[in-house]
Each structure stands twice: as structure tokens, then as C-alpha cells.
Design a protein around this ligand. Structure first.
Ligand code: AMP
Ligand code: MG
Length: 390
């Protein structure tokens, strides 16, 4: 049995980044950059007006003749005299010898002249060439997540292709004779299978949209056969159940017989102790406990950072926050506890229903409170560390 920190370090050491590929920038949402991106242009490419108004050369003068128009998309570089202005609109090219734009609300205009009522500062309402980014500057460093705004910015620079880490292909192998797919009739002695849908949803939160689900009965031969195929095809394999010490738990044996290298088995924590982590070639295998709350806890603590590491994120772990406890905590287990909790701006409440079989509290929790294995008591009002999961 190993400590939580050792388990995390082992996973980190084995979660190598995926190979890279070039993809259309417009389709890269949720991918992570493998290479820094350099801007091919200045943005804006030319000096632009930030307002609808009039462009002129700043002076003490308030009265100007309006000698032309610059609409967005135009490029008429009129030579303005000191007494002249042009009508201009947001985003339009500013003639080289104008240095200021006055917004139209601040002038009194006749057909061909303006009187500036409120004089703007010199250079007001002028977007400078390259003020967002200059040509050849770094747009994004490697390991940046592509968000909708990032896709917008790349498009705005005319960048259509980027190099990203491939997303890992993930399989979920569900074990258990007792399991029935939701939607089917529940026979006596059976329960509905919830881990695969839950893990699929959890994977979606980190950008793994598809995970393929396989199912086997509690049978060594069937488990071994299913795994042989899965291990060849996927980068990350999550297995649900069958990893404990019961007479019908065959997952560990099936993994070892498929030459998966055992990196650890069992972690000193509650819930989620019976977990196996191993690898074969570049494929990572997480055999998660069948109990739903254990399964999801271990997803957040171990699978989440491993998937994110493989996806190329530079900071793969859930971020932590600190809040004051609303209740006392007693830990006489000698294990690290991960407690389902509800936190707000200032405090955190430990929820009833911490059993590893129960999802009712998890379903309304927004965080997991971490109680280290060597901490026996934490009193109401003391600070605790939380992994937000909302
Ligand atoms: P196991 O780890 O296979 O011994 O399963 C532990 C407990 O979790 C048992 O009560 C199982 O019925 C339950 N369980 C296992 N797999 C699932 C699943 N996919 N969905 C819901 N409950 C499960
Ligand atoms: Mg089972």
C-alpha cells in the first residue's frame, strides 16, 4: 500500500505527453498547443479608429473642414491640412497625418465642417498598429489550452493551422455480473450500471468527448480477452470494479496476464483504496474501485491529472482552495480522507453520506476536502484544503 503522494508522483512520472499533430485552428477547441505560435502580422495591421467620429491633427483649434470619409475597409490616405478633418468610423483606417479621433457625440457638425465641443486628449480613440500584438511576437506559448477566445485570436491573425498534442483515446471497461444498463428492466439482484456514464461525463469536462465503453462479466477469461484488444487500441484504459480482493475480482490477474506492468496497487486513502495503476507500452491503465463514489474520487485525484498531462497541459492537477470548516472532522483511520463537501465564499460543510457506495452526497458536492493521513482531528473554524470539482 502506498501513500497518496507516492501514487500521484508515480502517475506523473508515467504520464508522457501524447504525440502531436497539425490541425485546423478553428477545430482546435479543447486541444493544447505543442508549439509556441508566432504572429504573422501586426494586429491591428494599420492604425484604426476606435470610435465613430472625426479624425484630425490635434491642436488648439476647435473648428475643422470635413474633407472626406474613411469607412471600415477603406484605405484612402488623404493628406489632411491642419484645418481639416475626415469623417471616420469604428475600425476604419486613419490617414497617416491625423493623430486623434473625436467621437461624434462630442462635436457639432454641419454638412462640411465640425466644431469640437469637448476636445479629446491627443491620440485619443486611436488603435495603434500592432498594439494587440506585433508581427513575429509570441501569440501563445506551448502548452496553452485552446479556448473559444484563443480560436478567435488565431483567426484574427489569419492563422489557420496549429500544432497540438493529440487527445488520448480512452476506453472504459466495466466489470460486474450485477450490472444492468439504465433503460433496461432491472431484474432481481441487479443494479443499474452508473460508473461508465459518470466517468464518460467526467472525461468530457477535460475535453475527452468520446470514450468507448466495453463490458464484461466477472470472469477471468472474458476480462483477459477484452483487455488484450483494448490495450492495443487505447492510450488510457479505465476499468471499473473487480479490482478488490473478492473471489470474483479478476481484473488484476487479467492485467498481469496481459503483461501490464504493475506500478502500484492499493493506496492509503478512503474512499478509493483498491486501485491498480499500471502501464503497457505507452498505455496507462487505471483499475478503479467499483464503488461509485470511490471510482469518481479516484478519477479526480489520479485519472484527471494523468489525462491532462498526456493532453499537454502544463499544470495538470486540480487547483486547490482553502476554506474554514463548518463541522469537526475526526480521522482515526490513519488514511488520507477525501470528503464530499459543499464550499462557499468563506466556509465549507462536510456532507452526510461519505460511504464509498453512495453517490447521493457526491451528486450535490462541489468539492473534496483533503484530510491528510497523519491528521486525526480538525476543529470547526480551522482551515482545510479543498479540491473544487464544480
Ligand atoms: P467491485 O469493486 O466490483 O467489488 O464493486 C464494488 C461495489 O460497486 C459493488 O457494490 C458493485 O455492485 C458496485 N459497482 C461496481 N461497478 C459498478 C458500476 N459500474 N456501476 C454501479 N455500481 C457498481
Ligand atoms: Mg465487481
Amino acid at each position: 500500500m502506498i501513500k497518496v503522494e507516492e501514487a500521484l508522483a508515480t502517475i506523473e512520472a508515467n504520464s508522457t505527453k501524447m504525440p502531436t499533430k497539425y490541425i485546423q485552428a478553428s477545430k482546435a477547441l479543447g486541444y493544447v498547443l505543442a508549439e509556441k505560435v508566432i504572429s504573422p502580422i501586426n494586429m491591428p495591421p494599420f492604425r484604426q479608429s476606435a470610435m465613430d467620429g472625426y479624425a484630425f491633427t490635434h491642436s488648439i483649434r476647435h473648428q475643422y473642414d470635413v474633407v472626406g470619409i474613411s469607412q471600415a475597409g477603406d484605405h484612402s490616405n488623404v493628406k489632411l491640412k491642419a484645418t481639416e478633418a475626415i469623417r471616420i468610423f469604428t475600425g476604419a483606417f486613419i490617414p497617416d497625418n491625423a493623430d486623434t479621433v473625436v467621437m461624434q457625440e462630442h462635436v457639432m457638425a454641419t454638412k462640411d465642417s465640425i466644431l469640437i465641443a469637448t476636445m479629446p486628449e491627443k491620440s485619443a480613440n486611436v488603435r495603434l498598429k500592432g498594439e494587440q500584438i506585433a508581427k513575429d511576437d509570441i501569440v501563445f506559448e506551448a502548452n496553452t489550452l485552446i479556448t473559444p477566445a484563443a480560436i478567435g485570436f488565431l483567426a484574427c491573425l489569419g492563422i489557420t493551422e496549429i500544432e497540438v498534442y493529440k487527445k488520448p483515446k480512452v476506453a472504459i471497461l466495466v466489470t460486474g455480473n450485477e450490472l444492468t444498463e439504465p433503460g433496461k428492466k432491472l431484474k432481481k439482484g441487479k443494479i443499474f450500471e452508473s460508473n461508465s456514464v459518470m466517468l464518460k461525463a467526467a472525461l468530457q469536462t477535460i475535453g475527452i468527448e468520446k470514450a468507448k465503453v466495453y463490458r464484461v462479466k466477472d470472469n477471468l477469461k472474458a476480462t483477459k480477452k477484452a483487455l488484450k484488444d483494448i490495450l492495443e487500441k487505447y492510450d488510457i484504459v479505465l476499468i471499473s470494479g473487480g479490482i478488490s480482493v473478492g473471489d470474483y475480482d479478476f481484473v488484476k490477474e487479467a492485467l498481469l496476464q496481459n503483461e501490464v506492468e504493475e506500478l502500484f496497487y492499493k493506496i492509503n486513502q478512503k474512499p478509493g483504496k483498491p486501485m491498480f495503476f499500471g502501464s503497457k507500452n505507452d498505455t496507462l491503465v487505471f483499475a478503479l474501485p467499483g464503488n461509485p463514489a470511490s471510482s469518481l474520487t479516484n478519477f479526480y485525484i489520479y485519472v484527471y491529472p494523468a489525462v491532462k498531462n498526456r493532453m499537454g497541459f502544463s499544470n495538470a492537477h486540480l487547483s486547490k482552495i482553502v476554506r474554514k470548516l463548518d463541522n469537526d472532522i475526526v480521522n482515526n483511520t490513519g488514511k488520507t480522507l477525501f470528503l464530499k463537501a459543499l464550499y462557499n465564499e468563506t466556509s465549507v460543510e462536510i456532507l452526510d453520506g461519505q460511504s464509498s457506495a453512495m453517490l447521493n452526497s457526491f451528486a450535490v458536492a462541489n468539492g473534496l476536502v483533503i484530510v491528510p493521513e497523519d491528521v486525526e482531528n480538525i476543529k470547526k473554524g480551522e482551515s482545510v484544503t479543498i479540491l473544487p470539482i464544480d
